[in-house]
Design a protein around this ligand. Sequence first.
Ligand code: ZN
Length: 359
Amino acid sequence: MLFQADYFDGLTARSQAVTVEVVTGIQPGIAFLADETKRAYPLSDIHVEAKLGSGKRIINLADGGRLEAGDIKPLEMILTQPNHKFHSVLHYLENHLAWVCLSLVLTLMTGWAFFEYGIPKLAGYVVNKTSAELETRLGEQVLGLFDHKFGYFHPSKTPVPKQSGIASGLHTLCASISDCPRYRLEFRDGGEIGANALTLPGGIIVLTDQLITLAKFDAEIIAVLAHELGHVKHRHAFRQSIQSVVSGLILAAVTGDASSTASGLSGFLLEMHYSQAHETQADHFALAALIKACLPPKAYADILLRLDPEGLNANRETGKNSEQPLAEQAEGLGNMLSTHPNTVNRIKPFLEAGTGCEK
Ligand SMILES: [Zn+2]
């Protein structure tokens, strides 16, 4: 397919008549002979200016040259082919790959920053604006769901005198610190959940029979409850619930799967996967409270190691006497250091606090 045109080389005002061949195939474009030199341009290297009235059609070439022609139908035919449009897009992307990558990275970073910082900030704002009464109602509803709908908890089998002893131990600890938050202690058989203490919104602390059985002294139970009081103090359960719901709603909007919102929330409340920062905050509260209440901080380290089954295994591998207080075995936890740095880092300040009694 051919058409006639005037060629300007872009360096001089001189023009010369040329016969332009329209090349089709894998690499479509145009080619012509000027000054006895064959010139070929792929479609990506030419730009056809819009038609102005009945004037000549102007084709700008990538090297600064120009063609002027009365009729460029053969060229227009391949320019309007869908295949060419696809190649044009590819060509654009190739030339703008850096921008495409940059915008992709920016989009991902914005999304990550929103989940990492935006949602916690939003949750903090909601927590501060929500009344304690509303939070308590939410906590009671969650406990009701766990008790009756999901059947995670069953009525406690711990004898009432034992329960009273623990409750009064926690009361004494609370009375000895100035910043004790309002809480409600609930005893339950943890069933499959096993040995655990968890905090629900509204200051509800659930203590399972299994944790009571696991503890060797009441001080260990009070130490765990002191940690939970730290979560209550900073309204972590409520804060994290809001974060889970907001993240779930966003994921549901993106994926179209609304079930993730509800399952995300109940999963969080049950597993209590607080952020590292929340755990550290609760540990600080617990340590200060134990010292003020004249209880041994080491008790917290002992029960934390006993709660961590891998920590227990690591202890057995060290060959130490399992009857020996676990905290005393801490120096022998070489292999646990590598597998469980979090637990070891967490118990360290409790072991270093000595007897912890200020009186
Ligand atoms: Zn915690």
